[in-house]
Design a protein around this ligand. Structure first.
Ligand code: NOJ
Ligand code: CA
Length: 717
């Protein structure tokens, strides 16, 4: 050992009253826990010998009593390890290795009746998870968390992909700046979000993606967020330090806990390869196994729906245009229809027929139930009852029609954030679903929360989302939540919770400045770290002026990139979001959406750089088929797609859905081409992606006839 290193070590240990380290199974990551002279817990993380986190403090503050942040002595430490493999009900891969070393530190506070706290660290090959635990003890039973003091002291002014910290929304556009340049008040297009509660100029949300100047990728998030508020991060722009900031409740407290209790896991995924961030299963591994025993009824699915026509304004959710109604007192049949209502019996039948014809599992119908006349922006409690259809929606007839066509109607519960109302009525709403054969529901939380003063991401709401998932599971109903807190791996625990929105979805492209072309290259590195997203891809009619001349809004991708999103944006629930009529105009491209799988045996990230591009190949579950998606930001590029890593054992037919030579997201977004070739494990595809473009590729085994008819793809091209 060099003398400088020795001196440093002696120096470091003299600063700590105590220190202990563990290494990841592959030895690349090293975690040190320490106690300062004041008895403050600290952690420190390094990757291949270089610091990722400098010494950073840990702790939680309690209301009306001394906190769990200093004055600790060490009671004991334990180390252990685990190496197991488990099978998710659905997912990006069909089995997941859970391999880590664990360090458990039990601390006590001699000055405070020896109150105890445990910090549990799990160190994986690609990252760290840790959480606070308050064990059962005589002198601490009920307590209120007033703040959390978790620090992440970074080593420099990293490139950061961030959205503003907010108690109520995650529907922001990402900014990419140095850490020192974070200014959440400059959040792009923030005025387009229905309701928001930004925290401070230096507050950002997790998952937070960063890249160091020497090419290390760092992602900070949390796992298993239950019975606790979500964590935002406050950036110190001088010291490059991030510190936790919990979402408060209506009276300013953060969490009400009863020992034994634990916080969610704080997670840091680290690698020098961007692809490793995307393939890390750390957050899933830290989440509890499925609480649902019989999972046979849970099915990944593709759906269409009465939805986009409302977003582009050719139909309405509301049946009538009276702006002001009282739920209990309105005679719905006497209201004058506005002539634009989307969720009519006839229109729903059209969607059911379309779904049946093209092999979709479900049909979402929004605006089927009474109350949409004044649902938005009034902080009103009694908005929807979730059981009364509008006069022009015949639920019995539609269920018969759907079941004859072997299609499932998907229920829609927009709560308008009146959550007390939803909780009062949810049992009745579930009965209604069961009576009418619904087995999936999309929920929504647009607006200001009731109970008034609560936030979308506070402890009360976090518990609400879980309560809904649990209740639905008991009734064998699958869930897709819009505007909830961002996911943290709970889809492992509640696999009926197929997806969440919880970020700026494709809908913003219909009626706002939209999502910039880089948006979908950032989401997998941020929002999707916690779980699948119902992004609602598949918009073919890119420009809004098709519906209303003069309208400037548009989807900020090419048509081919919309296809690629079915592969790059992982979800077991995927919508074909455009109108049937638009798919009928481009049936050859629609074929990809019909074919693409929603559940996978395996996933390979072939190339990836946050904010720039992603190319992903996935093998369909229990099928000899692969699907590849490649996307780029506003920069045109060539995607390199070697098939060598896909373990292909024969020749396949590759169908390439790509941007036409002159395509461009803004000037010529709908120009695509479709080509078919024979390929095998030696093939290296090179595909040109337009500015804001993408490519989707399907592979299926070649028949004898294909072998005769089709040309082999020439790798030299
Ligand atoms: C916002 C959701 O994200 C969107 O999908 C839905 O159509 C509207 N709320 C109305 O519920
Ligand atoms: Ca939304």
């Amino acid at each position: 050992m060099r003398i400088e290193v020795l001196i440093l070590l002696v120096l470091l240990s003299s600063l700590n009253a105590f220190a202990q380290s563990i290494q990841s199974p592959d030895g690349k990551l090293s975690l040190s826990f320490g106690l300062t002279a004041n008895g403050e817990p600290t952690h420190q993380l390094s990757y291949r010998g270089k610091p990722v986190l400098q010494k950073s403090k840990l702790g939680i503050e309690l209301k009306d009593q001394p906190g769990f942040s200093k004055g600790f002595t060490l009671l004991k430490t334990d180390t252990s390890q685990k190496d197991e493999t488990w099978k998710p009900v659905w997912g990006e891969v069909n089995q997941i290795r859970n391999h880590y070393k664990e360090l458990t530190v039990t601390l006590q506070q001699p000055a405070h009746k020896n109150r105890r706290m445990i910090i549990r660290f799990r160190l994986f090959n690609h990252g760290l998870g840790f959480r606070y635990e308050v064990p059962e003890q005589t002198d601490l039973k009920y307590f209120i968390v007033s703040d959390e003091r978790t620090e992440f002291n970074l080593t420099g002014d990293h490139k950061t992909f961030w959205i503003p910290g907010d108690y109520d929304t995650n529907e922001y556009i990402y900014s990419t700046t140095k850490l020192s340049e974070i200014d959440a008040t400059s959040g792009k297009a923030a005025q387009e979000i229905a309701f928001k509660t930004p925290i401070a100029a230096n507050a950002v949300q997790t998952p937070l993606m960063m890249k160091t100047s020497d090419g290390l990728y760092i992602n900070i998030h949390e796992a298993a967020l239950v019975n606790y508020p979500a964590m935002n991060l406050m950036a110190n722009k001088q010291t490059f330090s991030l510190s936790s900031h919990l979402v408060p409740d209506a009276v300013g407290n953060k969490a009400y806990l009863q020992a034994p209790a634990q916080t969610p896991w704080r997670t840091i995924v680290v690698s020098d390869k961007a692809a490793d961030i995307l393939t890390s299963r750390l957050i899933l591994n830290l989440s509890e196994p499925s609480k649902i025993r019989d999972v046979s009824w849970i099915k990944p699915q593709k759906y269409v729906g009465i939805w986009w026509e409302m977003h582009v304004g050719t139909a309405s959710w509301n049946y009538s245009d009276v702006g002001n109604i009282k739920l209990a007192e309105t005679d719905w049949a006497s209201l004058k229809p506005n002539g634009k209502h989307g969720a009519t019996t006839a229109n729903t039948k059209r969607y059911i027929d379309f779904a049946a014809q093209h092999g979709f599992d479900g049909v979402l119908v929004e605006g089927w139930n009474v109350g949409w006349e004044d649902w938005f922006g009034n902080w009103k409690e009694e908005v929807f009852d979730f059981v009364t259809p509008y006069p022009d929606f015949n639920v019995t007839e539609l269920q018969q029609h759907a079941s004859a066509k072997r299609v499932k109607l998907i229920m829609h519960h927009e709560t308008s954030a009146s959550v007390t109302n939803y909780e009062r009525r949810i049992d009745e709403a579930i009965n209604f679903m069961k009576q009418h054969g619904y087995d999936s529901v999309k929920t929504g939380y647009v607006g200001k929360i009731i109970p008034r003063g609560e936030h979308h991401d506070g402890q009360w709401m976090v518990n609400h989302y879980v309560r809904v998932a649990e209740k639905l599971a008991q009734n064998r109903i699958m869930l897709d939540a819009h505007e909830p807190v961002r996911p943290t791996g709970l889809h492992r625990t509640y696999p009926n919770w197929l997806a969440c929105e919880a970020a700026r979805g494709n809908e913003f492209n219909a009626w706002s400045t939209g999502n910039p072309p880089e948006h979908e290259t950032i989401l997998p590195f941020t929002r999707l770290m916690g779980g699948p997203m119902d992004y609602t891809p598949g918009i073919f009619q890119i420009k809004r002026d098709y519906y209303q001349p003069g309208k400037k809004e548009q989807v900020h991708t090419t048509l081919a990139k919309q296809l690629a999103l079915y592969v790059t944006m992982y979800s077991p629930l995927q919508m074909a979001a455009d109108l049937p009529g638009n798919y009928e105009r481009f049936m050859d491209a629609f074929q990809f959406i019909k074919d693409v799988a929603v559940d996978w045996d395996d996933t390979r990230i072939l190339e990836a750089e946050p904010g720039d591009y992603i190319t992903v190949a996935r093998k369909a579950k229990n099928k000899d088929e692969w699907y590849i998606g490649a996307i780029t930001d506003e920069q045109a590029r060539t995607a390199n797609i070697p098939l060598t890593s896909l373990t292909l054992k024969r020749s396949y037919v590759a169908t390439l859905y790509t941007d036409a030579a002159n395509a461009h997201w803004e000037n010529n977004p709908m120009a695509y081409q479709i080509q078919r070739f024979l390929v095998n494990d030696q093939t290296r595809l090179k595909v040109a992606l337009a500015s804001g473009g993408g490519a989707a590729i399907s592979l299926r085994p070649a028949s004898k006839e294909d072998m005769k008819k089709l040309q082999r793809y020439e790798t030299s091209r």
